[in-house]
Design a protein around this ligand. Structure first.
Ligand code: SAJ
Length: 442
């Protein structure tokens, strides 16, 4: 009698992954999901990207990328040969074998986590059936999310995790604009709900990552990501406080930091700035402090770092007011030109950018604020009715004060130093050029 050989779900899935027959689903085709989709496509898989934003889906259908790190030249051939598809319809996920969830995890106004996008994705995946699939959450979130929020929704139909479906957490480490590390060269932390979940997730990501880094649980993997970004937020907060200390002591914080950075071990350089922007560092640590509050613990470093970092725009504005005062000018009515409004150099992302706070605070003081940023044509998305001005010698000379907020590589700092009557430099962009009392540093 022919023995019917029933492959376990895990064995079948592992085989599909090995032979690249597994169909890959990505939920959330943003700055994390799209590069991930490209990586799986380049590894030989067929990929289906799901996004609720029809504009993103139609852009992908046209072979046009909206993510800085993915060019049309890379994207288009995969779309044209059908290896990369996109849809707004979650029902299309019934055809895939694995699903990586790469949706936003913002904060509410109350600084509490907003996991509504994760819940929505989990409920839609469960609705169309997670049976037989490997589901991996990549979005940054508090420890416990995968097993408290996603697991019950996928097991709701009686399916058993680790047998009927597989569930893991693997934090994204996509760093927009970075070229010295790629998805392949960046180790990927992976935690599974069960050993079989971990095994399948490691097999999947081994197709696109040189070194998977398995850990003992999904919560451990969730905590790893929060440690990474909290580490940055706290150290940026420390160096910002050192800037305030150096100001009080009449020391140049940039000289102090550069000299400390000569230590070849036991020190990691961070630099002061006008505040902390972006969609990761100012937000992620609050996921951790929120979770700890639920177990009656106060994450003191996180709260203190947030307090110091969020105060930096006020400090910058006080520097501008003092610099104008030194020219016997009131901030009220002064023409202030901001150079660089993106949250960090050489990108066009303005989310949580400290420049927005600086502009708002200066406008509150009656200053006539304009800005230039080669990557940011206007600030309408952030509620400001101002556009980037064309930068010229006249524009620099006519400003009462020029404020360097984001030191894009595109700027000619010698020219800015020569033509600007008064400068507040929050990034040491001028590095001591032509000081003659007209340049104020953090
Ligand atoms: N900042 C400082 N001083 C510093 C470093 C950063 O003021 O020494 C400011 C930046 O200007 C920016 C904010 O902090 O406003 C965040 O900067 P970031 O360098 O952390 O850049 P992000 O937000 O793009 O962080 C990403 C993160 N990557 C992922 O989450 C996958 C982070 O983990 C990376 O370490 C970081 O990029 C990186 O190293 O560039």
């Amino acid at each position: 009698m022919a023995v019917e050989f029933i492959m376990s779900g895990k064995t079948e899935l592992l085989q599909k992954i090995e032979t690249r027959q597994a169909r890959i689903g990505i939920v959330g085709m943003g700055y994390v999901g799209l590069p991930l989709a490209i990586a799986f496509t380049e590894a030989g898989f067929h990929v289906l990207g799901i996004d609720v934003d029809a504009a993103k889906v139609s852009s992908l259908h046209e072979g046009h990328s909206y993510v800085e790190d993915v060019t049309d030249e890379v994207l288009r051939p995969f779309v044209q040969d059908g290896r990369l598809q996109a849809s707004t319809d979650y029902a299309d996920l019934t055809a895939v074998d694995t699903i990586s969830i790469c949706v936003p995890t913002p904060l509410r106004k109350t600084k509490d986590p907003d996991i509504s996008y994760i819940i929505d994705a989990a409920e839609k995946i469960a609705h169309y059936g997670g049976t037989g699939k490997l589901i991996i959450l990549e979005s940054t979130t508090y420890p416990g999310t995968t097993e408290e929020v996603i697991l019950p929704r996928l097991a709701g139909n009686g399916d058993v995790v680790g047998q009927d479906f597989f569930l893991a957490f693997s934090p994204e480490r996509i760093d927009p604009g970075r070229t010295d590390h790629t998805i392949w060269t960046t180790p990927k932390v992976i935690g599974g709900v069960t050993a079989a979940c971990l095994e399948t997730a490691v097999a999947l990501y081994s197709a696109i990552v040189e070194r998977p880094a398995p850990v003992s649980s999904t919560a451990a993997a969730e905590m790893v990501k929060l440690l990474e970004n909290t580490f940055r937020a706290v150290n940026i907060g420390l160096v910002n406080e050192v800037a305030l200390m150096c100001d009080k002591l009449g020391l140049n914080v940039w000289e102090v930091v550069e000299a400390a950075a000569t230590k070849p071990y036991g020190f990691m350089k961070f630099t002061p700035g006008p505040g902390v922007g972006g969609h990761c560092i100012p937000l992620d640590p609050h996921y951790l402090s929120w979770k700890l509050k639920t177990v009656n613990y106060t994450a003191r470093f996180i709260e203190l770092a947030a307090e110091v970092n969020s105060h930096m725009p006020d400090y910058v504005v006080s520097k501008v007011v003092d610099a104008l005062n030194g020219e016997r000018k009131a901030s009220n009515g002064s023409r202030v030109l901001i150079l660089g409004v993106a949250y960090k150099p050489n990108v066009g992302d303005v989310r949580e950018s400290p420049a927005l706070d600086v502009i708002h605070l200066l406008q509150e003081r009656g200053a006539d604020v304009s800005y230039h940023d080669p990557y940011v044509p206007d600030l309408a998305s952030e509620g400001f009715d101002i556009q980037s001005v064309a930068l010229s010698t006249a524009v620099l000379q006519q400003a009462d004060c020029v404020v360097v907020i984001t030191n894009h590589n595109a700027y000619d700092w010698d020219w800015v130093a020569e033509q600007s009557p008064l400068i507040v430099d929050t990034r040491n962009a001028l590095k001591g050029r032509k000081e003659n009392g007209r340049v104020f540093h953090l």
